[in-house]
Design a protein around this ligand. Structure first.
Ligand SMILES: [Zn+2]
Length: 283
């Protein structure tokens, strides 16, 4: 009796085991595949969202650093009869690109004063110490920006000075005003803004730049923004179409150093004529 019971139990167990081993996969396999499908769809969608975000972020930053609007005090400026070229500083004169990497000079816009060329060297740069963050953070910020600014010193003589009054280029940690899209009227945050103004000093037509670097930029992005904006302030008044150039029109995930193409373009700009740095002649 007992043996029969035990045998019956064993048969039941075997039957249940059989059911589990045959039926469970039949049940779970579609569930598993369904799960896998949904998971992949979610993953793809998420990736897509991330990509869209990256692309739109890129577009948001595109051109945001670049503004030609702020040209002040021109009503008092007399127009020169002749535009002329300036001799290149030796560092730029001696620059040779052995790789012939080319340039993007065709993307550079001359202004009505000609190209934005410096002729009085060294170019004086003032980096304002931020006051609304702690001293250590402020020092780090100044150090990072200074290091980046001085990268350009290999091509054009630069000097960092303390007094903003005498500066040709002033850099500060300040949120640039929002940019309003003329078509959609949507306002957008900018990562940086570079503007210039033209004035006369001892009858010589001169210019000075202001660079605002948004507090949202830190670390490599801060350096990348400072490098890029300095390129504009030194005369590269336009953007490259290649991501491998510091003056690429959009911020990239992996910031790049000043490229040969950047320097080739800078050199070509400095070979052009300009009103800047020349005595004004009355009409
Ligand atoms: Zn720019």
């Amino acid at each position: 009796m007992n043996r029969q019971k035990t045998q019956g139990k064993r048969q039941n167990r075997e039957f249940i085991n059989h059911l589990i081993s045959r039926l469970l996969p039949m049940f779970f396999r579609p569930v598993y595949w369904q799960f896998k499908k949904v998971f992949h769809q979610l993953l793809n969608r998420k990736l897509l969202t991330v990509l869209t975000l990256l692309i739109s972020t890129g577009l948001l930053i595109a051109f945001s650093c670049f503004s030609e609007n702020a040209v002040f005090g021109e009503q008092n400026i007399l127009i020169t009869l002749n535009q002329n070229t300036h001799p290149l500083p030796p560092s730029l004169e001696n620059w040779q690109d052995k790789n012939n990497s080319g340039d993007y000079f065709d993307q550079i816009q001359p202004t009505k004063h000609g190209y934005l060329i410096w002729s009085n060297f060294p170019i004086k740069v003032n980096i304002q110490t931020p006051t609304n963050i702690n001293q250590q953070q402020a020092q780090t910020w100044v150090n990072q920006v200074s290091q980046t600014v001085m990268e350009w010193n290999n091509y054009l003589p630069l000097e960092i000075i303390e007094n903003p009054e005498n500066a040709d280029i002033k850099i500060s940690r300040q949120r640039p005003p929002l940019q309003i899209d003329p078509q959609t009227k949507v306002s957008r945050a900018r990562s940086a803004l570079t503007t210039y103004e033209v004035y006369t000093k001892d009858n010589i037509l001169s210019h000075r730049f202001t660079i605002l670097l948004s507090p949202s930029q830190t670390g490599e992005y801060l350096k990348s923004a400072a490098r890029h904006e300095m390129g504009h302030a030194l005369g590269i008044w336009g953007h490259s179409l290649l991501q491998t150039d510091a003056l690429y029109f959009s911020q990239v995930r992996e910031p790049v150093a000043i490229s040969h193409r950047d320097v080739n373009t800078l050199k070509k700009v400095y070979q052009q004529s300009t009103n800047l740095g020349w005595k004004q002649v009355e009409n």
